[in-house]
Design a protein around this ligand. Structure first.
Ligand code: RUB
Length: 310
């Protein structure tokens, strides 16, 4: 009898221990999965809200995200955060079979490209000149940083409504001790008339040689064209959109009206385009790791150098 009681007692306790272990393991798995989902979702959220901003930074964040989750649902979610970003899509295409190993290669590509682009771009900045830029482009900042090593020049930049990425550019330039003067977007013409060159970043380049960049860029290019001032677009070549070769149109992202006017009258329609197309005729050259080329030559070079992209 005593043995029987003892046996039942031990058996019950073993059950409790087993259940506790099972419960803890389940909790740990759940905790880990939600941690993974949380950090993936956080990257998506940061891209959407522009805490992570600029095409190249978005592509780099994409590498981090894919290292956390690499299934087709995750990829669709990631891409949908900023629809006008072929650099992100090309990076995903390049790394998706092995995000850890190929991600390293992609980062190396960005790093090496930036070194070359900075050198090419810096050569095009004349001593004592004034350079105009709009929005915030890491490629443009790197070029200006490189040029600062050997010559004096100043920068005019716009605030870039509604999200004021121009302030980030102004702050970056002040940190680099490059003199910068800040203008409201609608003062662009006054600013450009006094400049010797315009340098912009790039979000996408289509197969017919159009460049896509921050809304307002084409207007600034038209002003520069009128005054015969060169316009350079600075980018690594993974911003080429291969889908446009197959007849797809690059989609222009539309952002929430609230960014423009949070408490706007109820019936007011607001259009908040993030980007726009720039005609190839307005582009003096695209500065990339492949060289300094007119859009059509740039496209031929991309197709030759990166067949995997097509
Ligand atoms: C940023 C923007 C930048 C390009 C290039 O727009 O238009 O010029 O993305 O950036 P947003 P980079 O603020 O809406 O992302 O040279 O860093 O790739």
């Amino acid at each position: 009898m005593v043995f029987l009681i003892l046996y039942i007692y031990v058996w019950c306790n073993l059950g409790i221990i087993k259940c506790t272990i099972k419960f803890l393991v389940k909790k740990l798995i759940y905790y880990n999965t939600s941690l993974i989902a949380m950090s993936f979702n956080k990257i998506c959220k940061d891209i959407k809200s522009l805490r992570i901003q600029g095409a190249e930074n978005i592509a780099k964040a994409g590498i981090k995200a894919l290292r956390i989750r690499n299934d087709s649902k995750a990829i669709r979610k990631l891409i949908s955060q900023r629809p006008t970003e072929p650099a992100l899509r090309n990076t995903i295409k390049f790394i998706k079979d092995d995000p850890k190993k190929l991600g390293k290669l992609a980062l190396k590509h960005f790093k090496e490209s930036n070194k070359i682009i900075s050198k090419y771009g810096a050569r095009l900045i004349k001593k004592n000149s004034t350079i105009f830029t709009h929005c915030h482009s890491s490629a443009v900042i790197k070029i200006l940083k490189e040029a600062k090593k050997t010559k004096k020049f100043q920068v005019y930049n716009t605030e870039t409504r509604p999200l004021y990425q121009g302030r980030t550019t102004a702050k970056d330039l002040l940190k680099l001790k490059i003199p910068v003067t800040h203008f409201i977007d609608s003062a662009g013409r006054i600013a450009i008339k006094d400049c010797q060159a315009l340098f912009f970043g790039v979000d996408a380049i289509t197969s017919d040689g159009k460049v896509v960049n921050k809304i307002g860029t084409e207007m600034f290019c038209e002003i520069a064209f009128k005054y015969d001032i060169p316009v350079y677009f600075c980018t690594n070549s993974w911003k080429f959109d291969p889908d446009t070769v197959r007849g797809f149109q690059e989609r222009i992202e539309e952002r929430p009206p609230k960014e423009i006017w949070p408490d706007a009258p109820r019936k007011l329609k607001i259009k908040n385009y993030a980007f726009e197309f720039i005609k190839p005729q307005l582009v003096t050259a695209i500065i990339s790791e492949l060289g300094v080329y007119k859009p059509q030559t740039f496209i031929q070079e991309v197709k030759k150098t990166y067949p995997w992209m097509l």
